[in-house]
Design a protein around this ligand. Structure first.
Ligand code: C2E
Ligand code: CA
Ligand code: CA
Length: 690
């Protein structure tokens, strides 16, 4: 016998015989074993009791697990089978003992392995489900229950059908789901990878593989991974490549797609469409003044207003900083005209950002399909060109593309060419200065004139200051031009004063020029040289000058004011109409920008803005000058509203010196003759001759 066996006398409970295996089990020799009693070998109280009571009543065989003490004091787990035997009338027990040490060790190892497996299962981010070949659930981890949001009671009941049914009902397409499971049942070795969409909006990636034991499939392991966030991130990246990150509007790529669609429609049935290229005016000033963050908010506001102007089918795209494009479907020039007007109107309401209220105007260029181009690039180029023409003509408006060949094509004048031509023009004396009368609204007297530069290039023709001044500002050449204008204007004013026609001459000053270190001294020097009393010179500054470097600007303005020079804010209303700013500066006049005057008296928002500026000016004791007055109705409105002065085509455009003098009715004077005459500081109003 392989197992240990000993024979016990039922009356004395002492061993009468034992085999060698029994010796090995107890670490005793067979001789030593014989004579030992059961209570000597018993380890537990239960065993003592067993031999005391249970064994005596034993009729047949009994088997139980117990422990046996070895000679070295250690203990061996055994399975013990006891049978009763009667020999020659005397009762014996035959005890067979099977050593369980090995088995227990294996069991413990298995348990440890199982614990490891469980820990591994629970530590993964994937939900794991193990089934047998019949689809019964054999195991799952907690994450599985959480992912599928399986109710606790279902798990507690260990009701497989209910859990599987729950899963079936959770997926968006249960039919496909079941079909797939059926396939897996058929093809036990199938390894598969697919996506499950759930009603909850979640998306799982499911990986399934057969579970094998000794090379044969015994079940199936499913792992579920929540890829909802990953998919959303991918979706976002996809969206980003078609939209502008700031406004969420389509970008150029999506605009190209939509234009393709519109062109296909045009090929099919000749449906026209229009591209409107919108560029904000002076947006870099807004950015510089308010900072990028608020600048971005302004762009968002602009995007919202544009949305309010177009139909749902139209596309609004943002191409870059302050460039927007509207693709207007089924729009001919009438439709494009209407859209452009709506866009400009929508921007007229003041914007509020960073505690400031200000207006943002835009220039719009329009290109029509197919007359102005057969591709997006061509249409955009032409719309862009038309937009630039609007800028040159003074901004805040719209224009259609028209093909204009030849020398007058402004687009052919590159900035560099302009800059070069300007430098030559100054040396060769090609710049001229014109003067536009400023009229007192109460009595019709001309009380001053604004000096405006003019330039005719032999090749490029007459070029508007709106076109070359920005180029000069960018290259820095504006400083030289500004010096020339100041000298010329001051000399002219002194000449007029010498013939008794003293009037204020207003000179436009660019920001860069104003910021030059020697600017104030230069002005003083120019006045002294010409002998002009400082109060007959007015400098027109833009609001941006005050805001860009407020502290430095303040010092300069105070120095100029001390000198006696008058100061005006030009283009008022297009910048940052902050009262707080104006109060602090020694400003004498505000000039209402002509974009507000143009809508008078009909446009309600223009009328409201103009009235508000006049009120504000009153409160700050400032004189108000309205620019760009072209009609009598505008003049009448301004007069009623309490405006002080006006200038505009209604009275006269900017005139050359001869025309100006003829119009004013005073004798022509050579600028350099007229020093000593007329009393200092005396302004002689000239009656306006209508
Ligand atoms: P600004 O200072 O706002 O000048 C007024 C502009 O409006 C002038 O255009 C003038 O000719 C025009 N204008 C006057 N009355 C009317 C009217 O009734 N209707 C319309 N639609 N326009 C009218 P201009 O001369 O083309 O000058 C454009 C701009 O160029 C000026 O705007 C000013 O910012 C700048 N500029 C002109 N001369 C100088 C200069 O000497 N130095 C500097 N730094 N800038 C200048
Ligand atoms: Ca001006
Ligand atoms: Ca102006």
């Amino acid at each position: 016998m392989l197992d240990a066996v000993w024979v016990v006398d039922a009356r004395t409970l002492a061993i009468v015989a034992a085999n060698h295996a029994a010796g090995r089990l107890t670490a005793l020799s067979v001789d030593e074993l014989v004579g030992k009693t059961m209570s000597e070998l018993a380890v537990t109280p239960e065993d003592q009791c067993f031999w005391g009571e249970v064994a005596s009543g034993l009729s047949e065989q009994i088997e139980s697990d117990t422990l046996i003490a070895r000679a070295d004091g250690s203990v061996v787990p055994v399975t013990r089978r006891v049978s009763r035997l009667d020999a020659h009338g005397a009762p014996f027990y035959v005890v067979a003992l099977h050593d369980r040490s090995e088995q227990l060790r294996t069991e413990r190892e298995l348990e440890a392995t199982a614990a490891d497996l469980r820990a591994t299962l629970e530590s993964t981010q994937d939900g794991i489900l193990v089934t047998d070949l019949a689809g019964r659930i054999r195991n799952f981890n907690l994450r599985f229950a959480v992912l599928w949001q399986i109710p606790k009671n279902l798990l507690g009941q260990r009701d497989d059908d209910a859990v599987l049914e729950w899963m079936r009902r959770s997926v968006v397409d249960p039919i496909a789901y079941m079909r797939r499971l059926a396939t897996m049942d058929d093809v036990t070795m199938l390894q598969a990878n697919d996506e499950l969409r759930l009603h909850s909006g979640k998306v799982f990636e499911r990986v399934t593989m057969p579970q094998c034991s000794q090379g044969r499939p015994i079940g199936r392991v499913f792992s579920f991974r929540d890829i909802t966030d990953k998919l959303q991130a991918e979706q976002r990246i996809e969206t980003l490549s078609y939209t502008d990150a700031l406004t969420g509007l389509p970008n150029r790529r999506l605009l190209a797609d939509r234009t393709e669609v519109a062109m296909a429609a045009a090929r099919r049935d000749g449906t026209p469409f229009a591209l409107l290229f919108l560029n904000l005016d002076r947006f870099n000033h807004i950015n510089q003044t308010l900072g990028r963050v608020l600048g971005d908010r302004v762009l968002l506001d602009v995007a919202e207003r544009i949305k309010g102007c177009v139909r749902g089918v139209d596309t609004i795209a943002r191409l870059g900083s302050d460039e927007f494009v509207v693709l207007a479907h089924q729009a001919d020039d009438g439709g494009a005209h209407a859209t452009a007007t709506r866009l400009l109107d929508a921007l007229k309401r003041p914007f509020e950002q960073g505690g400031m209220s200000f207006t943002v105007t835009a220039s719009i260029g329009v290109a029509l399909h197919s007359s102005d181009g057969a591709s997006l690039d061509e249409l955009l180029r032409h719309a862009d060109g038309a937009m630039r023409e609007v800028k040159h003509a003074g901004r805040a408006g719209y224009r259609f593309h028209r093909s204009r060949p030849g020398a007058t094509d402004t687009r052919s004048r590159s900035r560099m060419r302009l800059d070069h031509a300007m430098r030559t023009a100054l040396v060769q004396g090609r710049f001229r200065l014109h003067f536009q009368p400023q009229v007192d609204l109460k009595n019709g007297c001309v009380v001053g004139a604004e000096a405006l530069i003019r330039w005719r290039d032999p090749e490029l023709g007459e070029i508007s200051p709106n076109e070359f001044i920005p180029v000069a500002e960018e290259s820095g050449f504006i400083i030289a031009i500004g010096d020339w204008v100041l000298k010329r204007a001051v000399t002219q004013a002194a000449a007029w004063r010498s013939v008794g026609a003293g009037m204020t001459v207003s000179v436009n000053v660019s920001a860069l020029q104003f910021q030059q270190p020697g600017f104030v001294d230069g002005v003083a020097e120019t006045l002294r040289e010409a002998g002009l009393p400082p109060h007959l010179l007015e400098l027109e500054l833009t609001e941006s000058i005050l805001i860009l470097d407020a502290k430095d600007a303040m010092l300069r303005l105070q120095a100029l004011a001390q000198l006696g020079v008058k100061l005006a804010i030009d283009d008022f209303g297009t910048g940052y109409s902050s009262l707080a700013y104006l109060k602090r500066f020694p400003i004498g006049r505000l000039k209402i920008d002509r974009t507000f005057v143009s809508g008078l008296p009909g446009e309600e928002s223009d009328a409201a803005i103009v009235q508000a500026i006049i009120h504000m000016g009153r409160a700050l004791r400032l004189q108000i000058v309205a620019e760009g007055v072209e009609t009598d109705a505008q003049r009448a409105f301004l007069e009623r509203a309490g405006c002080d002065l006006y200038q505009g085509f209604l009275y006269a455009p900017a005139l050359d010196v001869a025309a100006f003098e003829a119009r004013m009715g005073f004798a022509s004077v050579a600028p350099n003759v007229a020093r000593e005459t007329a009393a200092d500081g005396l302004v002689v109003p000239i009656m306006a001759m209508r």
